[in-house]
Design a protein around this ligand. Sequence first.
Ligand code: KG4
Ligand code: ZN
Length: 336
Amino acid sequence: MEILGIESSCDETAAAIYTDDGLQSNIIASQAVHEQYGGVVPELASRAHHKTIWHTVQQALDEGSTSLEEIDAVAVTQGPGLMGSLLVGLCFAKGLCLSRNIPLVGVNHMDAHIYANFIDEQPEYPFVSLTVSGGHTQLVYVSAPFEHELLGQTRDDAAGEAYDKIGKILGLPYPAGPVIDERSEHGDPNFHDFPQAMLDNDFEFSFSGLKTSVKYFLEDQDDQEQFLEDHLDDICASVSHAITEVLVKKLRNAIEHTGVKTIALAGGVSANSMLRKKANELASDTGCELHIPQLAYCTDNAAMIAITGYMMAEREMYADMNLRPFANLKQVLSQK
Ligand code: KG4
Ligand code: ZN
């Protein structure tokens, strides 16, 4: 079986081929147009997807040494994401399926982040996934393929969103997560004690207070500019410390609550080096097996859509041509 995966939920146009022999290609066209605005501009994102999608898919087919004629099904991100961006991928995928008379698979982007862990490894069920991206922060209990129980999630900002918003306050480019990560390596994580919110709650998160606390901390300094120049790395390390401590403490709660022996990280923030290190320590401390996707499969990509589509196709979890995109997870639950 050969699956073409297409991802267009935000600002990456991506396509990948996954077959019985594993991942064959993984192409990403990132949209540079948003950098100047310090965040993703939805209208520009959908236009850029529209311009790039055909070329990206063609490249994925070429690098995967295959052709449209050999593809057995097309998997596409159904949501959550930006409506205009999702529509470009979805319409393109439907067009391919109709022209070739092959099935369509609608993939939940957050599920795909979790199943990215299966590209290189075979995590054992049941496991708990800490899924941390720019839009979501979730603890998910996965008892079997596509059997998910949401243990808890953020009540406000996602972890990645916290990194990006704090980065903006610190004058760093978007997305700030990777920049803060890199600077953290040269700073002191105990330089300032930023708040770790909601530690009395087992599985839920709150990150919106952290950015306010960074803002006030900077405003309290006599010479903000000089202070930032002297201590930017220390502030980055302290922010990363606060975020990753909360994430790992709640992951520990989830291990204790469910009794799992396997844990996984997923989503863009799982690329974070401090989080990866602390999750490794947690795993050896609790005797759990830890899975983390390689860096290229942590942030948005189509390989995760293609493998999830493959796993869904194996179970004949096909969609019909009325498949509609959904912007957020609440919407998909209410549609069921
Ligand atoms: O999963 P993803 O690519 O897109 C969404 O589904 O949202 O996650 C993007 C998020 C951004 O907020 C970005 O700043 C964050 O992941 N991120 C990181 C790192 N790499 C990406 N955050 C912290 N450390 C990193 N190394
Ligand atoms: Zn994502």
